[in-house]
Design a protein around this ligand. Sequence first.
Ligand code: GLY
Ligand code: MN
Ligand code: MN
Length: 465
Amino acid sequence: MDVTTHTHLYADRRARVAASLGPGGIAIVPTALERPRNRDTDFLYRHDSYFYYLTGFTEPNAWLVITAEGSTTVFCQPKDVEREIWDGIRLGPEAAPEHLGVSDAFSVAELDKRLPKLLENRHTVWYPFATHEGLESRVNGWLQPVRARVRFGALCPESQRDLCGVLDELRLVKDAFEQDTMRRAAQISAKAHIRAMQRSAAMLRAGQDVREYHLDAELLHTFREHGSQYPAYGSIVAAGANACVLHYRADAAPIRSGELVLIDAGCELDGYASDITRTFPANGTFTGPQRDLYDLVLASQIAAVKATRAGARFVDPHEATVAVLAQGLLDVGLLDKNKVGNAQDVIANRAYFQFYMHRTGHWLGMDVHDCGSYVEPSELGTAQERKDPLSGEIIKDRPSRILRPGMVLTIEPGLYVRPADGVPEKFWNIGIRIEDDAIVTETGCELISRGVPVEASEIEALMRG
Ligand code: GLY
Ligand code: MN
Ligand code: MN
């Protein structure tokens, strides 16, 4: 993406940060470090999300400094013909002010020389705490020369504050440009899921040895084919019982006719993640017990979608999911009402937890598990204590976040049935999750990932094709 066409967006975000710093404030935001993978080869580089949010700039070795008065300085890699032959073209500090819309730019080699000057006579220095290894000592290192100049009349910042909260609140509500990018990311991921489903059925029909990596290959192909830079997280392609391992990765297990396949995969596009899960029959046709559980998970997702709208709380979709699952688990016989009571008891005692042990969603944005407080900031002071029925732990419940238009979250209920006493054998090793990405609107939510079908009969029709 060409950052220059959206310079105003980044300038606007920097101005909002500047306005949050208070008199005499200054903020420092580094991008991510390059990480060695082996010997002299690095992991594929991924910029820092905060830095990117404020600059749109994806080169490594870069820093942003913002003052409360709104001046902005970038430190970036200097032009260097020899390095550029090996590693690619650099923007360079000469072109950076115009390209990025910042007031000043210098070579990153000047960082240690210039930062003490920028910090001198400032009141508060802000930076993201506990996110960049060594940043705290870097900042202290820049403050030392400032302190040494106090006897010449210089003022040294008196406080250091965490910038994460300010940035997290800004990032939590996605603007129209971000929403558009996320829609496009979700559309690409939806195509990838369709392609993987169809490949599974086609290979089994042809009598081929299907492995999880075959379907992973389809995902990667589709992501790159449509311009995504990389997967937003390690893709899960889980055949049969592997679906009950929540953080399973695409590996080499065989995909067998009669089993379900769970794929949790989403691409990252221009810095924004998508996150979709579909569970489908490897050969294209659900068995009876698979279909019963699938329809139950889908019903719980539909309830969660209905509970997602501006003014509702983040926890509402989860509670709607749990209500449907609790009743459904009793109806299908996964839970025995003689042992666990009715649906209210199942909820109160968390008896569903044996089969549903994660939350129904999370914020989605630049990071797949995006930043943003799950507690309503206007009600921070009110907390209620309760005893967890399973662990006996005392838990402090703070009021869940009130949803606002432009927040983006996943809605991802599931059921995971491990073999156990009292669990009907026909359900053993079935793992199902259905995950979609939702933009909160005034009246409800927009599901941006439904380019891949979710109804069992639609999935079957698609896999016949
Ligand atoms: N793929 C990670 C998640 O669904 O949260
Ligand atoms: Mn996921
Ligand atoms: Mn997710």
